[in-house]
Design a protein around this ligand. Structure first.
Ligand SMILES: C[S@@+](CC[C@H](N)C(=O)[O-])C[C@H]1O[C@@H](n2cnc3c(N)ncnc32)[C@H](O)[C@@H]1O
Length: 495
């Protein structure tokens, strides 16, 4: 069945312009990925009836892979399949593919295509009836490859689901929330979605919803960042998740990884404690791929503080240079203060000036300048191929006594002692932490992007101020800012 669907989908791809498909966030799942997703369900052998929902069905690839996989279930007599699809261009293909499936299936198939908008057509149910004695249709199984599309916070889909939206939402997580809502208790859903929701403030409400009402049972990672979607320019890093609709936290979570979407037989499998994978009040999801990363998380999770709990905070640099061109200066002049960029962060220290253009600012705007005191600077952006995400520079005010104020470009972060100024030892101590291999690994597991966000850094466990000072003293004494030395110094404190 599936080969026929691939052929007809390819034909559709050739005839339908990309621009048209883009309007609906239309990307098609490959056969291998669809079959892998279909194989993740645990359907009891005793089941004789299943209700299945494919939300955003496209040409029906996922439903087809699932029904093909279920053919081996001896007792399964009937499947009621519901497909939501609101792009009229693809409906005919979907209908003809579902007819093919129906005709070729040993199991009786009853299908229903709903051409309504999957989100707005159910918004009353989602908002009004949660927790009540609801009678609307719920499904045993949901499968989905939702549209990936940023929408405005005023879009009808976003206003239909305020509980999970914050900032600029994306259709993919509205679909995932609605699908969890559409599941029966203990029902299973498998979704292929970007990994971006696993950390970050914008996704917090979605994480709270998904991981309170549901629990992750399995995550599949594509380790190489090659394209998951054939013939498409999907740059987002994609993962497959299996979620069970239950409030009971499982003991473990399975994480598998493969190198491409064509090769699922050489899987690396890892079973980790659920509490390691999903942790903290932000419900971040830590996507570990090997035992070393698990050990790293366990090591760091022993610390019970965070920077803010110690009165310290990582913040984003204050000056957006291109929006404030009139205040920028190439050379020092009366009233000017230094503007620090990531180029000033060099091998663990801060070098200034470096004869870079716009290295100074002259401004009265208090929001763009900060006290000249000790900070740890951390680059916000690094290139994918660079070895480390966390790249820090020690900034000591005593090296620039001529300035009362300084400024930081918004492409760097700075760590600031809020309640009391950071002592020299503390800046060195924070450097030893964030320049170590374990913290870099921790950050990478937490956030797959190349950006270093202050929200995530501020949620990472850190030792007490006293230990941070001791780390700093050891680092100063050793006179060696290398990653290896930071690792050596930190190692003693894990024992
Ligand atoms: C990423 S594609 C996935 C297609 C198919 N499930 C697959 O895996 O090949 C998402 C599908 O959802 C449909 N879609 C987008 N927004 C929708 C909405 N609000 N309601 C129903 N379907 C929608 C698109 O037309 C598209 O076919």
């Amino acid at each position: 069945m599936i080969e026929k669907i691939i052929d007809s989908t390819n034909l559709y791809l050739e005839t339908m312009p990309k621009q048209e498909r883009k309007k609906y966030g239309q990307f098609f799942t490959s056969k291998e990925t669809a079959l892998f997703m279909a194989g993740l369900y645990n359907v009891p052998d005793s089941k004789d009836y299943l209700s299945i929902l494919d939300a955003g069905a496209g040409s029906g690839m996922l439903a087809c892979a699932l029904i093909e996989t279920l053919q081996g279930k001896e007792n399964l007599k009937k499947i009621a399949l519901t497909c939501y699809e609101n792009d009229i261009n693809i409906l005919e293909l979907l209908r003809s593919n579902l007819n093919q499936i129906k005709e070729n299936s040993k199991i009786e198939i009853e299908y229903n295509i709903l051409t309504d908008n999957y989100i707005t057509s159910q918004h009353f149910d989602f908002n009004e009836m949660q927790g009540c004695n609801i009678t609307e249709k719920k499904y045993d199984i949901v499968i989905g490859n939702p549209p990936y599309m940023k929408i405005s916070k005023d879009a009808p889909e976003a206003t239909a689901m305020p509980e999970v939206c914050y900032g600029a939402p994306n259709l993919y997580f509205l679909f995932a929330s609605m699908s969890l809502f559409n599941l029966k208790d203990d029902g299973e859903m498998v979704y292929i979605i970007p990994r971006s929701w696993t950390s970050g403030a914008y996704f917090n409400r979605f994480r709270q919803y998904l991981l309170t009402k549901g629990k992750l049972e399995h995550i599949h990672l594509f380790v190489s960042r090659k394209k998951v979607f054939d013939k498409e320019d999907v740059l987002q890093e994609t993962i497959i998740i299996k979620v069970i609709k239950t409030c009971n936290e499982p003991q473990t979570l399975t994480i598998t990884s493969s190198h491409s979407n064509h090769d699922f037989h050489d899987l690396k499998t890892l079973k980790i404690p659920y509490s390691i994978a999903v942790s903290g009040e932000n419900k971040y999801v830590y996507l570990v791929t090997d035992e070393d990363e698990v050990n790293t998380l366990m090591k760091i999770n022993k610390w019970k503080n965070t920077l803010p709990s110690l009165g310290i905070k990582m913040k984003t640099g204050l000056t957006v240079d291109f929006r404030n061109r009139e205040i920028l200066r190439d050379v020092m002049e009366e009233g000017a203060v230094p503007l620090f960029y990531s180029q000033h962060i060099r091998e663990g220290t801060v070098e200034f000036p470096i004869n870079k253009e716009n290295e100074f600012v002259v401004t009265e705007q208090s929001g763009l300048i900060q006290k000249n005191k000790n900070y740890l600077f951390v680059k916000r952006f690094t290139a994918k191929e660079e070895k480390r995400r966390l790249q820090c520079g020690i900034y000591l005010s005593k090296r620039y006594p001529q300035y009362e104020k300084i400024s930081t470009q918004n492409k760097i972060n700075f760590v600031d002692g809020l309640t009391s100024e950071l002592s020299e030892c503390e800046v060195y101590g924070l450097y030893a932490l964030f320049n170590s291999t374990v913290y870099d690994t921790y950050y990478r597991v937490l956030n797959g992007s190349t950006q270093v966000n202050s929200t995530e850094i501020n949620s990472m466990p850190v030792p007490s101020r006293e230990i941070i000072r001791q780390l700093g003293k050891a680092l100063i004494k050793s006179n060696d800012l290398s990653e290896e030395n930071c690792d050596r110094i930190l190692e003693e404190y894990y024992a």
